[in-house]
Every structure is written in structure tokens, then in C-alpha cells.
Design a protein around this ligand. Structure first.
Ligand code: MEV
Length: 455
């Protein structure tokens, strides 16, 4: 069984971390070569997209301490922003003290949309389509035989009237397909995609039956494409954080809990704050989505559309007073991801990321991703509600400024430490500190009169 607590992992060198993973997760030589070698060859990249000239690397770190539904996970996170991995791991440790994350996932149902335009009688068209439900579902399944063999397939059909044929259209508003007396429908084909993300399959289904739907409606087919507002494929995650796991040197557990609850309330009341609150959630969600080779733009689109589902943009997670005075957090969001097919299999780094997670199915991966989102959110709110975000960010930011100034190896830490102590993390300062340290390291030999032995 994987144990996701690896105390002092951050103190190890990168090579020592690889060794640790070999022992813990049974990585083999090839896995370690993939980790050490940057994961994606130019050849593989050239087969993935067009006009390839190079690959673009980002850091891959491990989120530790995660426990979801009584199972430990070591979570690969791909992200350029300092502190995201440390913060998520830290919050996961507090949540672990309260029993870990409890998560559930809807069945992996994706929505394929078929737009129908120039529909002469939208009510009659709706009836005509729904009365052929069974044979239309059969036609959908015929288009995706391998998914049906794996246990998936079309599950239902819904018809939504976007413009009723009886609508009075102002003469100034000429929209082809919705002229006077003509309406527009969106037909939703609900497809169980199993462990696939499902984009290709649902698009195939939509294209396969669009002509028949248009004929039944007496209209014309328009767009045929999945919806990223995948509200049939949601995950929900919940956690309880005991007060002792919240307290810091300066703040009591009660004070931190109440600060997080007040921060949640702020996001619930104000879309400006909700956007930033959700950015904190997506710090974790995107990092795992990207590491596992999934389409993070799709997950982002779904998250924000869902956040605004009732016409007002809201936080994806909320924090409340839980049983016995603990802090209780909940997150719900659509989760359009897969663990078979596409980049998840074509990209060696993504394959390895899934292996690190124990090769989960799509629903299980979705629950882990949402847990990392909730952890990222918790750590941001906890910092914001207490000492502020800058103190923690400062030392990590200082490292990247030190590297930009040209520091390498142990000098990165040394320059970063001085920058943090000075509270001045400007690049000019880092360049000056680095120049001074380098000059000092050349000086002692002469200063102490040590003469190099003759060669
Ligand atoms: C920064 O990447 C994310 C935060 O702004 C999130 C938040 O404000 O809740 C710190």
C-alpha cells in the first residue's frame, strides 16, 4: 500500500527522491529514466501537435499526505508557480488529521450537443425526437461499438428549446436559422464514456445522428460537439479539519477556522473574490490535470461555467463550522478527465504520473484531483485569513529570483535566504548578493596566504 506521508522528502536531492519512489512505488529503470530525462522526446512531441520545434518543460512535483476515501495517494503536480505543491501538501496533512478527504463521483456521463435550426414547430419536434428515444440511442451506440463493448454507450436524450418557433423575432435581429416562425433546439445526447475523457466519442455520436435528428425535427443540423459544462459528470469532495491541525504559533485553531469561514463567505457574496478563490482551487486541479496528460482547458471551462450556473459567479468550494467545532470544507465541480486514450497514454510522463497514482480509473482520478483542489484552496484561505500570503510566498519567490540572477546549486538557497532576510526580493539585489558571494569565495585563499601547490 502507498503511504503518502514522506517526512523530509523536500530535504532530499532530486536523485534521492527518485530512489525513494523506486522503493515506495516500485518504479523501474525506465520510469526513473523518464523522470530524469524530461519525459517527452521530440519525436513523440512531433506526433502530438503541428509545427513542432521543441518541447516546453515545467516542473513536476509531488503532492504528499493525500488520503482520499481511506486510500493514500502520492499526487504528481505539474505547475510553474512556487508554493502550490508545498501548500497543497501542507493542507492535505491537516485534512489527514481529520480522517482525509471523502469524495464521490457521478457516472462518467458526457453531453454531446446537436444544434437544430430552422425548426418549424419546436414543440412537435421535441415530441418527435423523444418518441424515437430508443432507436436513436441504438443509432448512437452503433457509432461507438468499442465503447459499448467496454460497458459504456448512449444513455439518454434530452431536448432543450433555445428559440421557440412561436417566438417573435425583432426584425433588426436577423439570425440565420431562427427567422420568424422558425425555432432552434439543442439536443443533448448523454453518453457514458467509462474511463475515457470522451471528446472524440461524443463528437462521433453527435455527427452520426445529427441528420436523423434534423429530419425528425423538420429542420437543419447545426453544430455537433460536446459540452464542456459537463454537469452530469461532477465530483464532490468533503473534509473535516480538526482545530489542532489549524493552529499556528501565532493563531489559535478557532481563529484560523473562523478566518477561513469568513473568507469563504466573502467569495459567496462577491464574484470578484469568487474568481480568485476559484483560482486557488484550480491551482491544484490544473496541476494534476496537466501532469496526467488531461485537457486542463476543458476542466477550466467546465469549472467556471459551473461556478456561474445560476447566473451569478460563485465559489466552487465553501467552508463552514463542522461537527464539534471543526472546520468543514466542500467542493463540487464538473470533472472532464480520462485515464485511457489520448495524451494520457501517448505521453510517457503522463503514463508515469498515472502509475504514481496507482493507475486509477477516471472517476477515481477525478476525486483525487478535486481533493487537491480543495487542499490548495484551504491552504490559500488559511494563509490569507492569518499572516497573509506574502510571507510564505517570499522565500519561494526568492529562490526563483536567485536563479534568474544566475545562482546555481547551493548558491540558490544562499542567495534566496539573504533576499528573504532583507525582505527585498528584487533581481538587482539578487545579482549584487551573488556577485558578493562569488567574490568572497575567490578571496579567502589570498587573504589567508594559502598558495596553491605547484601543478
Ligand atoms: C494564488 O495563486 C492563489 C490565491 O490568490 C488564491 C486565493 O486568493 O484564494 C492565493
Amino acid at each position: 500500500m502507498t503511504i503518502s506521508r514522506i517526512p523530509r522528502f523536500y530535504k532530499l536531492s532530486v536523485e534521492e527522491r527518485h530512489l525513494e519512489l523506486r522503493g515506495r512505488l516500485g518504479l523501474d529503470d525506465e520510469d526513473v529514466r523518464t523522470l530524469a530525462g524530461g519525459a517527452l522526446s521530440i519525436d513523440a512531441a512531433n506526433n502530438m501537435i503541428e509545427n513542432v520545434i521543441s518541447t516546453h518543460a515545467l516542473p513536476l512535483g509531488l503532492g504528499l499526505n493525500f488520503r482520499v476515501n481511506d486510500r493514500d495517494y502520492i499526487v504528481p503536480m505539474c505547475v510553474e508557480e512556487p508554493s502550490v505543491v508545498a501548500a497543497a501538501s501542507n493542507a492535505a496533512k491537516s485534512v489527514r488529521d481529520g480522517g482525509g478527504f471523502t469524495a464521490e463521483a457521478d457516472p462518467p456521463i458526457m453531453i454531446a450537443q446537436v444544434q437544430l435550426v430552422n425548426v418549424p414547430d419546436t414543440e412537435a419536434a421535441t415530441e418527435a425526437i423523444l418518441s424515437r428515444r430508443a432507436s436513436l440511442l441504438e443509432a448512437c451506440d452503433e457509432a461507438i461499438p468499442s465503447l459499448v463493448r467496454r460497458g459504456g454507450g448512449a444513455r439518454d436524450i434530452e431536448v432543450r428549446t433555445l428559440v421557440p418557433s412561436t417566438a417573435r423575432v425583432p426584425s433588426t435581429e436577423h439570425v440565420p436559422g431562427t427567422e420568424q416562425g422558425r425555432g432552434m433546439l439543442a439536443v443533448h445526447l448523454l453518453v457514458d464514456c467509462q474511463d475515457a475523457m470522451g471528446a472524440n466519442m461524443v463528437n462521433t455520436v453527435a455527427e452520426a445522428v445529427a441528420g436523423r435528428l434534423a429530419a425528425l425535427a423538420g429542420g437543419e443540423p447545426g453544430l455537433r460537439i460536446l459540452s464542456n459544462l459537463a454537469d452530469r459528470r461532477r465530483v464532490r469532495v468533503r473534509c473535516l479539519v480538526p482545530l489542532h491541525a489549524l493552529e499556528t504559533k501565532e493563531f489559535s485553531g478557532e481563529r484560523v477556522r473562523d478566518g477561513v469561514i469568513a473568507a469563504s463567505r466573502f467569495a459567496e457574496l462577491d464574484p470578484y473574490r469568487a474568481a480568485t478563490h476559484n483560482k486557488g482551487v484550480m491551482n491544484g486541479v490544473d496541476a494534476v490535470t496537466l501532469a496526467t496528460g488531461n485537457d486542463w482547458r476543458g476542466v477550466e471551462a467546465g469549472a467556471h461555467a459551473y461556478a456561474a450556473r445560476d447566473g451569478r459567479y460563485r465559489p466552487l468550494s465553501i467552508w463552514r463550522l463542522g461537527p464539534g467545532g471543526v472546520l468543514q470544507g466542500e467542493l463540487e465541480m464538473p470533472m472532464v478527465i480520462g485515464t485511457v486514450g489520448g495524451t494520457t497514454r501517448a505521453h510517457p510522463g503522463a503514463r508515469l504520473a498515472l502509475k504514481l497514482l496507482g493507475n486509477p480509473g477516471a472517476s477515481e482520478l477525478g476525486m483525487v484531483i478535486a481533493s487537491v483542489g480543495l487542499a490548495s484552496n484551504l491552504s490559500a484561505l488559511r494563509a490569507l485569513a492569518c499572516e497573509g500570503i506574502q510571507r510564505g510566498h517570499m522565500s519561494l519567490h526568492a529562490r526563483s529570483v536567485a536563479m534568474t540572477a544566475g545562482a546555481t546549486g547551493a548558491l540558490v538557497e544562499q542567495v534566496a535566504r539573504e533576499l528573504s532576510e532583507l525582505g527585498d526580493v528584487r533581481l538587482e539585489r539578487a545579482v549584487a548578493i551573488l556577485a558578493r558571494i562569488e567574490a568572497e569565495s575567490r578571496r579567502p585563499a589570498a587573504a589567508h596566504g594559502i598558495v596553491a601547490p605547484p601543478a
